[in-house]
Design a protein around this ligand. Sequence first.
Ligand SMILES: Cc1cc2nc3c(=O)[nH]c(=O)nc-3n(C[C@H](O)[C@H](O)[C@H](O)COP(=O)(O)O)c2cc1C
Length: 265
Amino acid sequence: MQNTTSPSHLTVEPSILYFGTPVVLLSTENEDGTFNLAPMSSAWALGQVIVLGLGSDGQTARNLSTRPDLVISLPSPQQWRAVEQLAPLTGRDPVPTGKRDRFRYEADKFGAAGLRPQPSELVRPPRVAECPLQFEGRASQVRPDATGGFLIVEARVLRVHAAPQILVPGTEHIDPAQWSPLIYNFRHYHGLTTELGHSFRSETPRRTHDPAPHTAGPSTPPQPDATRGPALSAGTRSGSRAPAGARRPPHGYGTRRRPHLRRSR
Ligand SMILES: Cc1cc2nc3c(=O)[nH]c(=O)nc-3n(C[C@H](O)[C@H](O)[C@H](O)COP(=O)(O)O)c2cc1C
């Protein structure tokens, strides 16, 4: 810890800056036609594009440099142990020098984490069957970052698969009351807590919390989010019924209703 710079903050030099982003499991294809699976958290979405930050010495970076197909599977908080099973593994053989002290080579990452590969529809790498939200995509740009230690990957999402339990019924909206990402917060795993409010652009607003400051109306104390059902547990299959105890949010969303959604294979 360094000197103080103000009465309210200290100047510090933390070894990592992972301030809490969702964990994704990235499936890619190896040279020999088998598939690799790597946890990562430097990922963010903009429209239908997902930007990924990857250490350039990993097998995933190597795969995406030559084979652009990928799947981004999003685990729920209950699946953190499966993610952590993957944490000390690399699909690169031999293990790069810089990783030898803490990582070991594993050819079957799905098996090592107890996760099931589920065939994709548009790309070769498989989805993670247990993950409630899965994006099939293709890297459209792979380039080194400014330091040379990382690759910045821009991936276009081609198809989205969602477990029925996390959708607003009859629509194509992901229901934030039913879906929670697994958050990697300074190398600790967290889930989301109670909803605080929503953006003015939300297409799935509910009236279970304080109005936003600019909104007219009387202020009420924060309400516990009674509609947040338990997130899907590991092993929940796409297409199965909502887990016991999961409650549906009240209807009345101002949403596009699509009664005949196609079921992912
Ligand atoms: C929760 C979690 C998040 C991670 N986030 C990233 C990340 O954003 N980028 C990255 O390059 N590595 C990340 N890692 C480390 C990689 O998973 C690790 O380097 C792994 O060995 C890569 O596997 P591969 O060599 O088979 O591609 C993360 C690891 C964990 C457990």
